[in-house]
Design a protein around this ligand. Sequence first.
Ligand code: GLA
Ligand code: ZN
Length: 695
Amino acid sequence: MLKNRGINKVLYGGDYNPEQWDERTRDKDMILLDKAGIDIVTLNVFAWAMIQPSENVYDFSDLDSIVKRVTDKGMKICMATSTAAYPAWMARKYPDILRVDYQGRKKKFGARHNACPNSETYRKFAPLLAGKLAEHFKDCDSIVVWHINNEYSGSCYCENCERAFRGWLKGKYGSLDELNRAWNSPFWSHVFYDWDEIVAPNELSEYQGGEKSQFPGLALDYARFMSDSILQNYKDERDAIKSVIPDAVCTTNMMNLFKGLDYRKWAKEIDIASWDNYPQRFTAPFYDSFAHELIRGLKGGKPFMLMEQSPSVTNWMSVNSLKRPGEMRRYSYEAMAHGADTLMFFQMRQSPAGTEMYHGAVIDHSGREDTRTFKECSLFGEELKKIGDLTLSGKAPSECAIIFDWPTWWAIEDIGGISENFKYPDEILNYYRAFYELNIPVDIIGSDDDISGYRIVIAPSFYMVHKGDRERFEDFVRNGGTLVFTYYSGYVDENAHILKGGYPGELRELIGARIEESDCLYENMDRFFFFVWTPPHIEDTSNSFTYKGKDYPAKKVCDIMHAEKAEVLSEFREDFYKGSPAITKNSLDKGNVYYAATGSVPEFYGKFIMDLCVEAGVKDCLGNEPEDEGEWSGLEISLRVNDKGKMYYYINHSDQAKNVMIPFDCSDILKGEKIGKGDMAEILPGDVRLLFVKM
Ligand code: GLA
Ligand code: ZN
C-alpha cells in the first residue's frame, strides 16, 4: 500500500513534466491543478539527462524546486527514477547500452524504453541514479511511492544479452546434458557441446514467421530470460532505493496484457501494482475491467494504482479520437470499482512540442481552465473528495477465478501446429466477459496461486501443466470445487515437452477423458500457405455443437476427445468427428471437472458460466442467482467492500437510461440522497451511481 501519510481518499493526479516550462507556467500550474482537485503528481519520469548532464555531475536543483512547489501546495509525490530514457552522452560514450533488435540491427540514440538490460553501463548508472535520488529525498515526506523506470518493455538480442543468456541457462540447467534434454535438441541436430555455441534467438537464426519459432525450447527460455533480465533492472533500482529508505513503497507501471514480461513473477518484487490504461474509442467495457482484474490479481487482490490514463486523447493510436464527454469519468469509476486506489493521468500539462504534443492533458495548450477537459477533470476531482475513504483499500469479494499464465502464453503461440487464429488471451477474455456481463466478481489468478478458497476455477487452454498442478486441482475438486478446462489443455510440461501418454497427460483421470487430435478451423483467412497453393480467400470452416437444447458455433479449435469416465454433455454436430464430445463433465467426490473442447460465441459462454454458477451456488454481486438476459444490457454492477461498508458501482456503459430496483437501503454518495430497499433508481446513459451500504 501507499505510505499512508494522511491519505484518506483516492489520490488524483498524474505525470507532471515541468522540465519543459518556465517558472511562470509552473506557478500557474500549481493554481490550476489545485482547482482541478489534483493531490498527487508523478515527477521526474524523463529527466535523466538534466539531472546527470555528464558522467560525474548530478544536479538536483531544478527537481528540488519542483518538489518544493508541489509540497507547498500539499500534494503528494510519486517519485520516478528517470531511468527509462538515458542521456545521449551515455549512449555515445558507452554504446553497450544500445539494444540490438530481433533483426540484428544495433539501435542508435533517440527513443526511450530502449536500454540493453544486460549492459554493464545501464546496470551501473540506473541504480546509481535511483540511489542518489533516494539519498537526496529521503526526508521528503510528500513522497508516498517510488515509480521505477517507466513501462518496461521490449527485448534485446545483443552480445551482452547472449552472454548473459548462457549464464542464465547454466543457472537453470546446470549441465549441457540437462539443457539438451529440456530442449529436445537431437531434433534437427541442435545438440550443444559447448555453452558458447548457444546463440540468442533472432530473425537470422530460429525465426519461422509470425510469432513462431523453429527452436521453441530456446525461444521459450529466451522469453523467460528477457523478462528476468529486465526484472533484474527493476530490482537493481529498487534495492538501491531501499538501502537508503527501507520502507519505501516501490512500483513500476505495467501495461495490461503485455506479452513480453511475466508480470506475475514481477509482482513478487513490487510493493503495489500499478498500470496504464489506454482504452480506444471502441474498446469494450469488459476488456478494460479485465485488465484491472488482471493487475489487481497480481498482488493477491490488493488495490492497485491506476498510474496513467488520458483525460481526453492520445497521440499514438492509429485514430486518436477524443474521449467523449463523461467517458473519462466512467472509465475512472470502472477502474475504481475493480480496485484502483489512485486515478492518475498522463498528463498534467500538454507538451509544447515533441512526439506527444497532441496527447491530451488536464491543462491543454491554451492553458485555460474553461476547456471541456479541464472542467470535466475538476468536476471529477470534486466527486473524489466527496467519496473520501468510503471505498479506499476495499476488496471485491470473489468466489470464482480464471487462470492466466505468461509462460503458457509464450509457449502456445510460438510453436507451429497450433492455430494462428488462436490467441491465448482471447479465450481468457471470452470466459471473463461471461462473468462480467452477469455481474459476478471473478479474480484473475496465476497458475500457482492458491485456489482452495474458490467455488469455480476456469483454466482456459491450460496448455502447460506445471509440477504439482494435478494434485492441487484434484484436492480442489474433491473438496467441492468446479474446475473447467478448455481446448488445448494438458498438452505440455514446463519445458514444452508433450506430456506422457498423450493429451491431457496427467490431467486425464481428472478430466475423465483423453484427447486424440485437435482440428483447427479456418476463420477470415486471406493468404497463401507454405508450399501449397490455396485460393486467395478461404471460406471459413465450421463446426457446431448443441448445449442444453441450443446450437452454438464451434470456433478456433475442436479437440477430438474420447470420454472415459466423463459424462458427455454435448457433441460436435459436423464433419468426420460428428458425435465426439464437445463438452464433458467428470464428477470427483464433491466436485466436478468440465472440459469444453472448443471455443464459441458470447451467448454460449454466458449460458455455460451461468449454469456453472447456479450449480455451484455462486451469486452475482447483488446476492442474486445469475440470470441470463440474452444480450448484455450495458449496465455493469460491481462491488468493493472495506471496513466502512459496501460500495456498489452502477456503471451504465450504454446509451440508454437504465431503471433498476435497488435491493438494499443505501446512500447515493454522489447525489447525497438516501435510497430505500425496493426503490427504483435511474442510471442515465454513460452515467455512474455509487451506492453505499454502511457496515
Ligand atoms: C505511456 C507512457 C507515457 C506516455 C503515454 C502516452 O503510457 O508511460 O510516458 O508516453 O504512454 O499515452
Ligand atoms: Zn542486450
